[in-house]
Design a protein around this ligand. Structure first.
Ligand SMILES: Nc1ncnc2c1ncn2[C@@H]1O[C@H](COP(=O)(O)OP(=O)(O)OP(=O)(O)O)[C@@H](O)[C@H]1O
Length: 292
């Protein structure tokens, strides 16, 4: 469990506001922080990461005190088991992808974890490249893999997908969900995107002018989505058949096999793709996965 009560005087565009936030996050929970610009979402995330210092209160995670104003206790960011992903990737320009992941390992000998993460994020073929030659989506996959390589108690995501196009966002959402589940992480996501929050989060916490003004299950707090929330399903193309001027793809993902019609495109058997599904049936052409 992570228990937080933090306060700080903020200087916002609308004048001074008092940030005063108390929340408890269960181990394994996926929490989203939501609210208008300037509400204090990033500040709370930075306080959890140890990048910003509260004026009073405490932060305790799984029995460890990271900050306690009364006891004058402060643990710096390097000594908190947190992995952080920002919107702008913040990768080291001179390190290869593999080096960035290795650098993040708490146990430098655990090279098997680096290989696992490269594989999970489809980065194996890019492992010896530097970030400058990668697309935005690929760089953000590296940033996510690097954050997980730290084996964090808390995975902190500050609008990690907002610079990416819709297809790449959907794919990264799948990957965030995958690592959250597979590594048993506790995740805090700052997002403005209702659909993203409904897809990913167990609970949403709304912030308004530095205070929590609502919280609960995302669909209940954010209201029913006017459009059905599509969910992306990762799969591998196992069959391709021409149909008129389109292609019918057979896609296998987990224990589900789906068929989708796509425009003529350079897709090959073995490509990993994301298929959007609504209420169980594929509704949108498959999105090419490699190189995304
Ligand atoms: N260290 C600080 N000291 C004082 N004020 C700060 C500090 N850090 C941020 N602020 C101010 O606090 C307000 C909240 O900032 P914050 O970035 O947390 O908001 P946000 O909810 O994440 O907004 P956005 O959605 O635009 O990113 C802003 O007006 C910002 O200028």
């Amino acid at each position: 469990m992570t228990e937080v009560h933090v306060t700080k005087a903020l200087h916002s565009a609308q004048g001074p506001i008092e940030l005063d936030v108390a929340l408890t996050i269960e181990d394994g929970e996926f929490v989203a922080l939501y609210g208008p610009s300037g509400a204090g979402k990033t500040t709370v995330l930075r306080m959890l990461a140890g990048l910003d210092r509260p004026e009073s209160g405490y932060i305790r995670s799984k029995g460890q005190t990271w900050f306690d104003h009364r006891q004058k206790n402060w643990v710096g960011p390097q000594r908190r088991a947190v992995g952080v992903v920002f919107q702008d990737y913040a990768l080291f320009p001179n390190m290869t992808i593999r080096e960035q992941l290795r650098f993040a390992l708490p146990d430098k000998q655990n090279l098997a974890l680096v290989d696992t993460l490269l594989e999970m994020m489809s980065l194996t073929e890019l492992a010896n490249r530097r970030p400058g030659v990668l697309s935005g989506g690929q760089q953000q996959r590296v940033a996510l893999a690097r954050a997980v390589a730290r084996q964090p108690r808390l995975l902190l995501l500050d609008e990690p997908l907002s610079a990416l196009d819709t297809e790449t966002r959907l794919r990264l959402q799948e990957e965030i969900s995958l690592v959250h589940t597979q590594f048993g992480l506790t995740t805090v996501l700052v997002s403005h995107d209702n659909a993203e929050i409904i897809r990913l989060a167990d609970r949403v916490i709304g912030l308004q002018a530095g205070k929590i003004d609502r919280q609960g299950k995302p669909a209940a707090v954010l209201g029913p989505s006017t459009t059905p929330v599509p969910s992306g399903r990762l799969g591998t193309v196992i069959g391709i058949r021409p149909e008129g001027d389109q292609l019918r793809l057979t896609v296998s993902g987990g224990d589900v096999v789906t068929e989708v019609l796509v425009p003529e495109s350079p897709v090959q058997v073995g490509d990993r793709i994301v298929v959007l599904v609504e209420e169980g049936s594929a509704v949108q052409p498959a999105l090419k996965r490699n190189g995304g």
